[in-house]
Design a protein around this ligand. Structure first.
Ligand SMILES: Cc1cc2nc3c(=O)[nH]c(=O)nc-3n(C[C@H](O)[C@H](O)[C@H](O)COP(=O)(O)O)c2cc1C
Length: 344
């Protein structure tokens, strides 16, 4: 996928970050600071990278991260994400902002995906949209994104006079005073706790970057913590997800699942995340670019390439299964020495 295929506006929107884009660049730089060490003469004739997350089977430890504007990148929107995810054997995150409607999605996809919620209304609205998501039958988990209390400034979009909120079709938000009341900014830990208490789906809290907030999420009743800086699109100068992962994994313990995203593009990146305590890695920009470039089949092809890369990396580090992947496969480069001694 190149800029000329998507057009400069959409390309810059998809690939850009907030303000100086320091966090966007840091996501890649931090992953590159971690070395993988080869281990030899172990039987790696069979490599199995499969696992599961809330009963969702994952052929590789990857999910498609939610993209509210996915309908701008592919005419079928989140239906194309779900189709690709099912064809390959992983789960897709479906943003509440995305098209098609929950009801339409429910007619084709049963029980395999993750519904991502932005708090766009009062508590009554939240209960109603979660009930609709559960009734659709498409979802095995509910992901509440909490890192966008205020939308960031993204220079590329401002320069292009591009407003994604105005450009996208949001069938799930068609009715009511939604999106106008700044509801996201009023959502606090006590409201999260209430949501977790009545949600029938396990709750994932997305956009956590500190051990303290990870502990608070677990105390509020979350079943999983999703470590993310929104792909460098929200708080500029925030740390990379990979560098915060060890301290968060140490804080929440093994009973809480951890998902991580922001900057992950390769099988070796996924191996590093698993070694540092993640159960799954989310793909954001790669999800958008692959669906834009080749539709659901292009997404499947991208996942096949990732699987090949991950399988090779597991074999060459001497790990035939994910349960054998540990910090032993890693060595610190200069950036990561600070947390190297910490354990989960
Ligand atoms: C175009 C675009 C739209 C996004 N929309 C949403 C969204 O609706 N909800 C959400 O929780 N995250 C959203 N995200 C963030 C992704 O879910 C994910 O956290 C991020 O893209 C991961 O970083 P990566 O792009 O480097 O893989 C969006 C990201 C992009 C690139």
């Amino acid at each position: 996928m190149a800029e000329h295929e998507l057009g400069p506006k959409l390309w810059n929107y998809l690939t850009g970050g907030s303000d100086t884009e320091t966090t966007l660049r840091r996501n890649r730089a931090a992953l590159d600071e971690i070395m993988l060490v080869p281990r030899v003469l172990r039987d790696v004739s069979r490599v199995d990278a499969s696992s599961s997350l809330f009963g969702l089977d994952l052929r590789i430890p990857v999910i498609l991260a939610p993209i509210g504007s996915i309908g701008l990148l592919n005419p079928d929107g989140a239906a194309a994400s779900c189709r690709a995810a099912e064809a390959f054997g992983i789960a897709a995150g479906v943003s509440v902002m995305a098209k098609p409607s929950l009801e339409e999605l429910g007619r084709s996809f049963k029980g395999k995906h993750i519904f991502q919620l932005y708090i766009e209304g009062d508590e009554e609205w939240v209960r109603d949209i979660v009930r609709r998501a559960a009734a659709s039958g498409s979802f095995g988990a509910l992901c509440v994104t909490v890192d966008t209390a205020h939308y960031s400034r993204r220079d590329r979009d401002l320069q292009a006079r591009f407003s994604p909120a105005e450009a996208i079709d949001r069938p799930n938000l068609a009715a009511g005073p939604v999106g106008k009341g700044g509801y996201r900014a009023t959502f606090t830990w006590d409201r999260l706790e209430r949501l977790c208490s009545w949600s029938e789906l396990p709750v994932i809290v997305k956009g956590i970057l500190t051990a303290e907030d990870a502990r608070s999420a677990v105390n509020a009743g979350a079943s999983a913590v999703y470590v993310s800086n929104h792909g460098g699109r929200q708080l500029d100068h925030a740390p990379s997800s990979i560098e915060m992962l060890p301290e968060i994994a140490g804080a929440v313990g093994t009973a809480t699942k951890i998902i991580v995203d922001s900057g992950f593009l390769r099988g070796t990146d996924i191996l590093k995340a698993v070694a540092l305590g993640a159960s799954a890695v989310g793909l954001g920009k790669l999800h958008g670019a692959a669906l834009a470039a080749g539709g659901w089949k292009g997404m499947v092809r991208a996942l096949e390439i990732l699987e090949a890369e991950l399988t090779i990396a597991m074999a060459l580090t001497g790990c035939p299964t994910l349960s054998q992947v540990s910090r032993d496969v890693l060595r610190p480069h200069r950036l990561v020495r600070a947390w190297w001694g910490q354990s989960r």
